[in-house]
Write a protein that binds this ligand. Structure first.
Ligand code: 5AD
Ligand code: FES
Length: 371
Protein backbone atom coordinates (compact mmCIF):
# COMPACT_ATOMS: atom_id res chain seq x y z
CA UNK A 1 0.00 0.00 0.00
CA UNK A 2 2.87 2.38 0.72
CA UNK A 3 4.03 1.96 -2.85
CA UNK A 4 0.66 3.39 -3.89
CA UNK A 5 1.27 6.40 -1.66
CA UNK A 6 4.72 6.75 -3.28
CA UNK A 7 3.13 6.68 -6.69
CA UNK A 8 0.44 9.19 -5.75
CA UNK A 9 3.03 11.55 -4.32
CA UNK A 10 5.20 11.21 -7.41
CA UNK A 11 2.61 11.22 -10.19
CA UNK A 12 -0.34 12.93 -8.45
CA UNK A 13 -2.76 10.39 -9.79
CA UNK A 14 -3.82 6.79 -9.36
CA UNK A 15 -6.31 4.60 -11.15
CA UNK A 16 -9.76 4.15 -9.70
CA UNK A 17 -8.85 0.58 -8.68
CA UNK A 18 -5.72 1.82 -6.91
CA UNK A 19 -7.60 4.51 -5.00
CA UNK A 20 -10.25 1.95 -4.05
CA UNK A 21 -7.68 -0.47 -2.68
CA UNK A 22 -6.14 2.31 -0.56
CA UNK A 23 -9.58 3.19 0.79
CA UNK A 24 -10.48 -0.42 1.51
CA UNK A 25 -7.30 -0.96 3.54
CA UNK A 26 -8.62 0.89 6.62
CA UNK A 27 -5.14 0.66 8.06
CA UNK A 28 -4.33 3.22 10.79
CA UNK A 29 -0.59 3.04 10.00
CA UNK A 30 -1.24 3.77 6.36
CA UNK A 31 -3.54 6.65 7.29
CA UNK A 32 -0.90 8.10 9.61
CA UNK A 33 1.72 7.81 6.91
CA UNK A 34 -0.57 9.51 4.36
CA UNK A 35 -1.24 12.35 6.83
CA UNK A 36 2.48 12.79 7.46
CA UNK A 37 3.22 13.06 3.76
CA UNK A 38 0.21 15.30 3.10
CA UNK A 39 1.32 17.66 5.87
CA UNK A 40 4.81 17.85 4.36
CA UNK A 41 3.31 18.75 0.97
CA UNK A 42 1.01 21.41 2.42
CA UNK A 43 3.94 22.92 4.35
CA UNK A 44 5.97 23.14 1.13
CA UNK A 45 3.09 24.97 -0.56
CA UNK A 46 1.62 27.01 2.28
CA UNK A 47 3.94 26.72 5.28
CA UNK A 48 1.99 26.54 8.52
CA UNK A 49 -0.58 29.07 7.31
CA UNK A 50 -4.28 28.45 7.69
CA UNK A 51 -6.59 30.59 5.61
CA UNK A 52 -9.94 31.61 7.03
CA UNK A 53 -13.16 32.36 5.16
CA UNK A 54 -16.07 34.12 6.80
CA UNK A 55 -19.15 32.05 6.09
CA UNK A 56 -22.41 33.98 5.82
CA UNK A 57 -25.42 31.66 5.59
CA UNK A 58 -27.76 34.24 4.16
CA UNK A 59 -30.86 32.18 3.34
CA UNK A 60 -32.10 28.75 4.35
CA UNK A 61 -34.95 28.79 1.83
CA UNK A 62 -34.31 26.20 -0.85
CA UNK A 63 -36.22 24.93 -3.86
CA UNK A 64 -34.28 21.64 -3.76
CA UNK A 65 -35.10 18.47 -1.91
CA UNK A 66 -31.78 16.65 -1.49
CA UNK A 67 -32.50 13.65 0.70
CA UNK A 68 -29.61 14.22 3.11
CA UNK A 69 -30.09 17.92 3.78
CA UNK A 70 -31.87 19.39 6.79
CA UNK A 71 -33.07 22.50 4.92
CA UNK A 72 -34.60 20.51 2.06
CA UNK A 73 -37.84 21.93 0.71
CA UNK A 74 -40.05 19.24 2.16
CA UNK A 75 -38.83 19.70 5.72
CA UNK A 76 -41.77 21.63 7.16
CA UNK A 77 -40.13 21.91 10.58
CA UNK A 78 -37.48 24.39 9.49
CA UNK A 79 -38.03 27.98 10.45
CA UNK A 80 -37.10 29.70 7.20
CA UNK A 81 -35.16 32.96 7.14
CA UNK A 82 -33.51 35.34 4.75
CA UNK A 83 -30.96 37.91 5.83
CA UNK A 84 -31.43 41.38 4.37
CA UNK A 85 -28.71 43.20 2.44
CA UNK A 86 -28.09 45.35 5.52
CA UNK A 87 -27.66 42.32 7.75
CA UNK A 88 -25.24 40.70 5.30
CA UNK A 89 -23.19 43.88 4.97
CA UNK A 90 -23.01 44.19 8.72
CA UNK A 91 -21.64 40.60 8.88
CA UNK A 92 -18.99 41.67 6.36
CA UNK A 93 -18.15 44.77 8.39
CA UNK A 94 -17.67 42.73 11.53
CA UNK A 95 -15.80 40.05 9.60
CA UNK A 96 -13.41 42.57 8.12
CA UNK A 97 -12.61 43.91 11.60
CA UNK A 98 -11.92 40.35 12.74
CA UNK A 99 -9.42 39.82 9.93
CA UNK A 100 -11.48 38.03 7.29
CA UNK A 101 -10.55 38.84 3.69
CA UNK A 102 -12.87 36.32 2.05
CA UNK A 103 -16.61 36.25 2.46
CA UNK A 104 -18.48 33.12 1.47
CA UNK A 105 -22.13 33.80 0.71
CA UNK A 106 -23.82 30.47 1.13
CA UNK A 107 -27.51 29.77 0.83
CA UNK A 108 -30.19 27.50 -0.50
CA UNK A 109 -31.46 27.91 -4.03
CA UNK A 110 -33.83 30.66 -3.02
CA UNK A 111 -36.03 32.22 -5.74
CA UNK A 112 -36.43 35.39 -3.65
CA UNK A 113 -32.70 35.91 -3.90
CA UNK A 114 -32.72 36.13 -7.70
CA UNK A 115 -29.69 36.63 -9.98
CA UNK A 116 -29.84 40.44 -10.10
CA UNK A 117 -30.25 40.78 -6.36
CA UNK A 118 -27.22 38.57 -5.72
CA UNK A 119 -25.22 40.45 -8.38
CA UNK A 120 -26.03 43.77 -6.67
CA UNK A 121 -24.94 42.36 -3.33
CA UNK A 122 -21.65 41.09 -4.75
CA UNK A 123 -20.98 44.49 -6.35
CA UNK A 124 -21.64 46.28 -3.08
CA UNK A 125 -19.35 43.99 -1.08
CA UNK A 126 -16.54 44.28 -3.64
CA UNK A 127 -16.90 48.07 -3.65
CA UNK A 128 -17.03 48.43 0.12
CA UNK A 129 -14.21 45.95 0.81
CA UNK A 130 -11.99 45.94 -2.28
CA UNK A 131 -9.32 43.95 -0.47
CA UNK A 132 -11.72 41.02 0.01
CA UNK A 133 -12.69 38.10 -2.21
CA UNK A 134 -16.31 37.04 -2.56
CA UNK A 135 -17.13 33.37 -2.86
CA UNK A 136 -20.62 32.29 -3.86
CA UNK A 137 -22.17 28.99 -2.84
CA UNK A 138 -25.78 29.10 -3.98
CA UNK A 139 -26.24 25.96 -6.04
CA UNK A 140 -27.04 25.19 -9.65
CA UNK A 141 -27.75 28.00 -12.12
CA UNK A 142 -27.45 28.73 -15.81
CA UNK A 143 -24.15 29.68 -17.36
CA UNK A 144 -25.53 33.17 -18.03
CA UNK A 145 -26.29 33.67 -14.35
CA UNK A 146 -22.85 32.45 -13.31
CA UNK A 147 -21.38 34.90 -15.83
CA UNK A 148 -23.48 37.75 -14.42
CA UNK A 149 -22.13 37.09 -10.92
CA UNK A 150 -18.57 36.73 -12.17
CA UNK A 151 -18.86 40.08 -13.94
CA UNK A 152 -20.23 41.56 -10.72
CA UNK A 153 -17.01 40.57 -8.97
CA UNK A 154 -17.49 37.07 -7.56
CA UNK A 155 -14.24 35.22 -8.17
CA UNK A 156 -14.86 31.91 -6.48
CA UNK A 157 -17.71 29.42 -6.46
CA UNK A 158 -18.33 26.40 -4.27
CA UNK A 159 -20.54 23.66 -5.63
CA UNK A 160 -19.91 20.20 -4.27
CA UNK A 161 -20.48 17.52 -6.85
CA UNK A 162 -21.70 15.36 -3.88
CA UNK A 163 -20.75 12.12 -5.65
CA UNK A 164 -19.26 11.45 -9.07
CA UNK A 165 -21.09 8.14 -9.36
CA UNK A 166 -24.30 8.66 -11.32
CA UNK A 167 -26.27 5.85 -9.69
CA UNK A 168 -25.27 6.98 -6.20
CA UNK A 169 -26.13 10.59 -7.09
CA UNK A 170 -29.65 9.49 -7.96
CA UNK A 171 -30.13 7.77 -4.60
CA UNK A 172 -29.19 11.00 -2.78
CA UNK A 173 -31.28 13.41 -4.83
CA UNK A 174 -34.85 13.75 -6.10
CA UNK A 175 -35.51 12.77 -9.74
CA UNK A 176 -35.52 16.35 -11.01
CA UNK A 177 -31.83 16.71 -10.14
CA UNK A 178 -29.19 15.12 -12.33
CA UNK A 179 -25.49 14.35 -11.95
CA UNK A 180 -24.92 15.54 -15.52
CA UNK A 181 -26.29 18.98 -14.76
CA UNK A 182 -24.28 19.27 -11.57
CA UNK A 183 -21.09 18.45 -13.43
CA UNK A 184 -22.00 20.79 -16.30
CA UNK A 185 -22.35 23.62 -13.77
CA UNK A 186 -18.84 22.91 -12.49
CA UNK A 187 -17.34 22.92 -15.97
CA UNK A 188 -19.25 26.14 -16.84
CA UNK A 189 -17.94 27.84 -13.70
CA UNK A 190 -14.42 26.80 -14.50
CA UNK A 191 -14.72 27.91 -18.08
CA UNK A 192 -15.98 31.34 -17.03
CA UNK A 193 -12.85 31.79 -14.94
CA UNK A 194 -14.01 31.20 -11.39
CA UNK A 195 -11.77 29.53 -8.84
CA UNK A 196 -13.99 26.49 -8.44
CA UNK A 197 -14.61 24.33 -5.40
CA UNK A 198 -16.07 20.84 -5.77
CA UNK A 199 -16.43 18.15 -3.11
CA UNK A 200 -18.47 15.41 -1.56
CA UNK A 201 -19.74 13.88 1.64
CA UNK A 202 -17.84 10.98 3.15
CA UNK A 203 -20.03 8.08 4.26
CA UNK A 204 -23.21 9.21 2.55
CA UNK A 205 -25.85 6.45 2.76
CA UNK A 206 -24.94 3.48 0.58
CA UNK A 207 -21.57 4.90 -0.50
CA UNK A 208 -18.83 2.41 -1.42
CA UNK A 209 -15.05 2.73 -1.59
CA UNK A 210 -15.30 2.43 -5.37
CA UNK A 211 -17.58 5.44 -5.46
CA UNK A 212 -15.16 7.44 -3.34
CA UNK A 213 -12.39 6.37 -5.73
CA UNK A 214 -14.54 7.71 -8.55
CA UNK A 215 -14.82 11.00 -6.66
CA UNK A 216 -11.04 11.25 -6.50
CA UNK A 217 -10.71 10.51 -10.23
CA UNK A 218 -13.33 13.15 -11.00
CA UNK A 219 -11.44 15.69 -8.90
CA UNK A 220 -8.28 14.89 -10.81
CA UNK A 221 -10.09 15.47 -14.06
CA UNK A 222 -11.71 18.71 -12.91
CA UNK A 223 -8.56 20.10 -11.24
CA UNK A 224 -10.57 22.36 -8.92
CA UNK A 225 -8.98 25.15 -6.88
CA UNK A 226 -10.83 24.08 -3.74
CA UNK A 227 -12.21 20.80 -2.47
CA UNK A 228 -14.78 20.65 0.33
CA UNK A 229 -15.29 17.28 1.95
CA UNK A 230 -16.88 16.37 5.25
CA UNK A 231 -18.55 13.41 6.89
CA UNK A 232 -22.22 12.78 6.23
CA UNK A 233 -24.17 13.48 9.44
CA UNK A 234 -27.84 12.50 9.64
CA UNK A 235 -30.50 15.13 10.19
CA UNK A 236 -33.53 14.00 12.20
CA UNK A 237 -36.08 15.45 9.75
CA UNK A 238 -34.75 13.78 6.60
CA UNK A 239 -35.26 10.32 5.08
CA UNK A 240 -31.67 9.49 6.10
CA UNK A 241 -32.31 10.15 9.78
CA UNK A 242 -31.33 6.62 10.83
CA UNK A 243 -28.27 6.23 8.65
CA UNK A 244 -24.83 6.17 10.27
CA UNK A 245 -22.56 9.20 10.06
CA UNK A 246 -19.39 9.18 8.03
CA UNK A 247 -16.20 8.22 9.81
CA UNK A 248 -13.53 10.55 11.11
CA UNK A 249 -10.70 8.29 9.98
CA UNK A 250 -11.98 7.92 6.44
CA UNK A 251 -12.52 11.67 6.10
CA UNK A 252 -9.00 12.41 7.34
CA UNK A 253 -7.53 9.79 5.01
CA UNK A 254 -9.37 11.33 2.06
CA UNK A 255 -8.10 14.80 2.99
CA UNK A 256 -4.56 13.42 2.88
CA UNK A 257 -5.08 11.68 -0.46
CA UNK A 258 -6.55 14.85 -1.95
CA UNK A 259 -3.58 16.89 -0.73
CA UNK A 260 -1.17 14.40 -2.32
CA UNK A 261 -3.15 14.39 -5.58
CA UNK A 262 -3.66 18.19 -5.80
CA UNK A 263 -0.70 19.65 -3.88
CA UNK A 264 -1.73 23.32 -3.99
CA UNK A 265 -5.47 22.85 -3.61
CA UNK A 266 -7.35 24.89 -1.00
CA UNK A 267 -8.74 22.30 1.34
CA UNK A 268 -11.02 23.18 4.26
CA UNK A 269 -11.25 21.32 7.53
CA UNK A 270 -15.02 21.54 7.56
CA UNK A 271 -17.57 22.31 10.24
CA UNK A 272 -18.98 18.80 9.75
CA UNK A 273 -15.58 17.39 10.66
CA UNK A 274 -15.55 19.59 13.76
CA UNK A 275 -19.01 18.29 14.59
CA UNK A 276 -18.13 14.58 14.70
CA UNK A 277 -15.01 15.04 16.85
CA UNK A 278 -14.09 17.80 19.34
CA UNK A 279 -10.73 18.27 17.58
CA UNK A 280 -11.98 17.36 14.12
CA UNK A 281 -10.82 20.56 12.44
CA UNK A 282 -7.36 20.46 14.03
CA UNK A 283 -7.02 16.83 12.93
CA UNK A 284 -8.15 17.83 9.45
CA UNK A 285 -5.47 20.52 9.24
CA UNK A 286 -2.85 18.04 10.41
CA UNK A 287 -3.99 15.58 7.74
CA UNK A 288 -3.40 18.09 4.93
CA UNK A 289 -6.19 20.68 5.05
CA UNK A 290 -5.25 24.38 5.03
CA UNK A 291 -8.52 26.34 5.28
CA UNK A 292 -11.20 26.91 7.93
CA UNK A 293 -14.56 28.51 7.36
CA UNK A 294 -15.92 29.85 10.65
CA UNK A 295 -19.42 31.17 10.82
CA UNK A 296 -20.06 34.91 10.45
CA UNK A 297 -23.85 34.62 10.35
CA UNK A 298 -25.81 36.43 13.08
CA UNK A 299 -26.15 34.13 16.10
CA UNK A 300 -29.95 34.44 15.96
CA UNK A 301 -30.16 32.51 12.66
CA UNK A 302 -27.33 30.00 13.02
CA UNK A 303 -29.44 27.19 14.44
CA UNK A 304 -31.84 27.55 11.55
CA UNK A 305 -29.14 26.71 9.03
CA UNK A 306 -29.03 23.11 10.21
CA UNK A 307 -27.99 20.89 7.31
CA UNK A 308 -27.33 18.13 9.87
CA UNK A 309 -27.79 17.53 13.59
CA UNK A 310 -25.52 18.84 16.37
CA UNK A 311 -23.74 21.40 14.20
CA UNK A 312 -21.05 23.23 16.17
CA UNK A 313 -20.71 26.98 16.72
CA UNK A 314 -24.42 27.73 16.46
CA UNK A 315 -24.42 29.63 19.76
CA UNK A 316 -21.16 31.49 19.40
CA UNK A 317 -20.56 35.10 18.37
CA UNK A 318 -18.36 35.67 15.33
CA UNK A 319 -15.58 37.11 17.47
CA UNK A 320 -15.65 34.04 19.71
CA UNK A 321 -15.31 31.71 16.74
CA UNK A 322 -12.46 33.78 15.36
CA UNK A 323 -10.51 33.66 18.61
CA UNK A 324 -11.38 30.05 19.27
CA UNK A 325 -10.16 29.04 15.86
CA UNK A 326 -6.90 30.97 16.15
CA UNK A 327 -6.24 29.22 19.47
CA UNK A 328 -7.14 25.81 18.06
CA UNK A 329 -4.87 26.23 15.07
CA UNK A 330 -2.01 27.51 17.24
CA UNK A 331 -2.38 24.52 19.55
CA UNK A 332 -2.03 22.23 16.54
CA UNK A 333 1.12 24.07 15.37
CA UNK A 334 -0.41 26.26 12.64
CA UNK A 335 -1.26 29.94 12.32
CA UNK A 336 -4.33 31.71 11.04
CA UNK A 337 -3.32 34.45 8.61
CA UNK A 338 -5.04 37.62 7.49
CA UNK A 339 -5.29 37.69 3.72
CA UNK A 340 -7.46 36.69 0.80
CA UNK A 341 -5.84 33.27 0.81
CA UNK A 342 -5.68 32.65 -2.92
CA UNK A 343 -4.39 29.39 -4.21
CA UNK A 344 -0.60 29.12 -4.30
CA UNK A 345 0.70 30.00 -7.77
CA UNK A 346 -2.78 29.73 -9.20
CA UNK A 347 -2.66 28.23 -12.67
CA UNK A 348 -4.99 26.18 -14.80
CA UNK A 349 -3.13 22.96 -14.19
CA UNK A 350 -0.98 23.36 -11.14
CA UNK A 351 2.47 21.97 -11.78
CA UNK A 352 4.03 19.74 -9.22
CA UNK A 353 5.50 22.05 -6.59
CA UNK A 354 8.21 19.60 -5.54
CA UNK A 355 10.95 19.73 -4.60
CA UNK A 356 11.33 23.52 -4.59
CA UNK A 357 9.45 25.35 -1.83
CA UNK A 358 6.57 27.23 -3.35
CA UNK A 359 5.12 30.24 -1.57
CA UNK A 360 2.23 32.32 -2.82
CA UNK A 361 4.12 34.80 -4.96
CA UNK A 362 1.80 37.75 -4.69
CA UNK A 363 1.36 37.89 -0.94
CA UNK A 364 2.39 40.89 1.04
CA UNK A 365 4.48 40.11 4.15
CA UNK A 366 1.75 41.75 6.25
CA UNK A 367 -0.51 38.90 5.18
CA UNK A 368 1.46 36.71 7.52
CA UNK A 369 0.57 38.81 10.50
CA UNK A 370 -0.78 36.44 13.06
CA UNK A 371 -3.69 38.03 14.88
N1 5AD B 1 -24.28 15.91 6.43
C1 5AD B 1 -23.10 16.43 6.01
N2 5AD B 1 -23.01 17.34 5.03
C2 5AD B 1 -24.15 17.78 4.47
N3 5AD B 1 -24.38 18.66 3.50
C3 5AD B 1 -25.71 18.77 3.31
N4 5AD B 1 -26.36 17.95 4.16
C4 5AD B 1 -25.41 17.31 4.89
C5 5AD B 1 -25.44 16.33 5.92
N5 5AD B 1 -26.59 15.82 6.36
C6 5AD B 1 -23.30 19.28 2.72
C7 5AD B 1 -23.50 19.00 1.23
C8 5AD B 1 -23.68 20.39 0.67
C9 5AD B 1 -23.00 21.27 1.69
C10 5AD B 1 -23.45 22.68 1.69
O1 5AD B 1 -23.30 20.66 2.91
O2 5AD B 1 -22.34 18.38 0.70
O3 5AD B 1 -23.11 20.55 -0.60
FE1 FES C 1 -16.76 28.63 16.58
FE2 FES C 1 -14.72 27.49 18.04
S1 FES C 1 -14.78 28.02 15.94
S2 FES C 1 -16.56 28.52 18.74
Amino acid sequence: MRTLLDKLEREHRLSKAEFASLLRARDPDLEREAARRADAVRRRCYGADVYIRGLIEFTNCCRNDCLYCGIRRSNAHVERYRLTEEQILSCCREGHMLGYRTFVLQGGEDPKWGPERIADLVRTIRTDWPDCAVTLSVGEHSRAVYQLWFDAGAERYLLRHETADDAHYRTLHPPEMSPEHRKKCLWDLKDIGYQVGAGFMVGSPGQTEEQLAEDLCFLYELQPDMVGIGPFIPHHDTPFRDRPRGSLEQTLFLLSLIRLMLPTVLLPATTALGTIHPQGRELGIRAGANVCMPNLSPTAVREKYALYDDKICTGDESAQCRQCLAARMASAGYQVVVGRGDRAGRQERAPCPHPAPLRPAHRDPSDYKNI
